[in-house]
Design a protein around this ligand. Sequence first.
Ligand SMILES: Cc1cc2nc3c(=O)[nH]c(=O)nc-3n(C[C@H](O)[C@H](O)[C@H](O)COP(=O)(O)OP(=O)(O)OC[C@H]3O[C@@H](n4cnc5c(N)ncnc54)[C@H](O)[C@@H]3O)c2cc1C
Length: 402
Amino acid sequence: MNEAEERDIVIVGGGICGLATALALHRKGIRSLVLERSEGLRATGAALTIRANGWRALDHLGLGSVLRKDSFHIDGCGIMKVDRGTKLEKLPLSKGEARCIKRSDLVEALAKDLPQGTVRFGCHVISVKLDPVTSSAVLELHNGFVIKAKVLIGCDGVNSAVLKYLHMNPTKFSATSAIRGFTSYPEGHEFENLFIIARKEQVLLGRVPVNDTLVYWFVTRLWTSIDSKISENQQLIKMSSLETIKDFPEDMKEMIKNSDRSSLSCLRFRYRAPWDLMLGSFSKGTVTVAGDALHAMSPFIGQGGSASLEDAVVLARCLAQKILESDRNTISDKCAMDKYEEALNQYGKERRMRLIKLSTQSYLQNKMFETSSMVVKLFCIVILAVFFRDSVAHSQFDCGHL
Ligand SMILES: Cc1cc2nc3c(=O)[nH]c(=O)nc-3n(C[C@H](O)[C@H](O)[C@H](O)COP(=O)(O)OP(=O)(O)OC[C@H]3O[C@@H](n4cnc5c(N)ncnc54)[C@H](O)[C@@H]3O)c2cc1C
């Protein structure tokens, strides 16, 4: 085994959550190292909608104003039942602000303010073990390199290698998948500032303008084995989505026909069951997880990304409180490790209830979409009506300042 490099805080995964956590720590004057297996920043999935809670977290990270510049305010949601004409039923989308932003804009903004060398690309973590002497986490990389981390934060998505160390159940596959993409309108489009959802049986088509010239759309449908065959070929993805929405309004079909092929992706949803979040341990010693690694959820309430930004703010706040209250020159290693552990326990305490609520609501909405059983549908409707009567209350949440 190679000689180990030693670091205080290591983050595995340079997606939205990993970059946001590194930035949040940096804003508090704390250095970290992000290990990302890709060779560059990833923006698969075209865009995402950020509700008021996510914008609050972005404001705490100091990025709200720069990201608002190139994205429209979305005034609400318009639901269209395709079988019943093009009439829209208007619903709120968020308690307060909602905007759709390009994923590339978000990850670039998060990465831009990080000190040089914070993100190390091409670093695939394959295993995590405990050093029995120092209680540090020992990370083994695909190339044989070894890194020891006093604090390890797994932001490595739905197949998290760090999660395995925590012995939490792996994420499950949903029976639903989505195709996502962009369509550009160089001369400007004429869509209202609404998040339109057109529905026919078990197919949903979502359309939301990002700005004057760019529109994000998705097609959600039941997953079939064809999806895994087409997911590597963007021409096939386009053809498959057009086939799925063949009975939808002409302007929607036209939008997908004219979409930017390179922006298309197709993916089956993954989720963590709400009861895993209720019963699982969010950290072990000085190792924890955040973002999709902790709370992957199907995107029916569009909160996975925003919840990841909240995680980043809370995690950095908890770590900073403990690190800054101790004198780094005199504190012993054992004492420092105890402080880190307390910080991660505090993070788990602050996040658990919030994440249980989000994952339960999205779990029920996903179940309602994919099931053909009237009994299950009815059960979901009742639970949603009792516990989530205000369906956008989740966007009211404030994760607090850094
Ligand atoms: C169809 C769809 C639509 C969505 N729409 C919305 C929306 O509108 N609004 C919203 O808020 N959220 C939305 N989400 C959820 C959102 O995309 C995710 O919650 C968010 O991307 C999670 O970010 P993350 O950083 O935790 O994980 P990821 O984005 O998956 O990033 C994980 C990173 O870790 C890296 N990695 C993985 N394993 C390793 C390893 N072993 N070593 C090193 N690096 C590793 C990966 O390369 C990746 O860069 C949507 C999700 C889907 C599927």
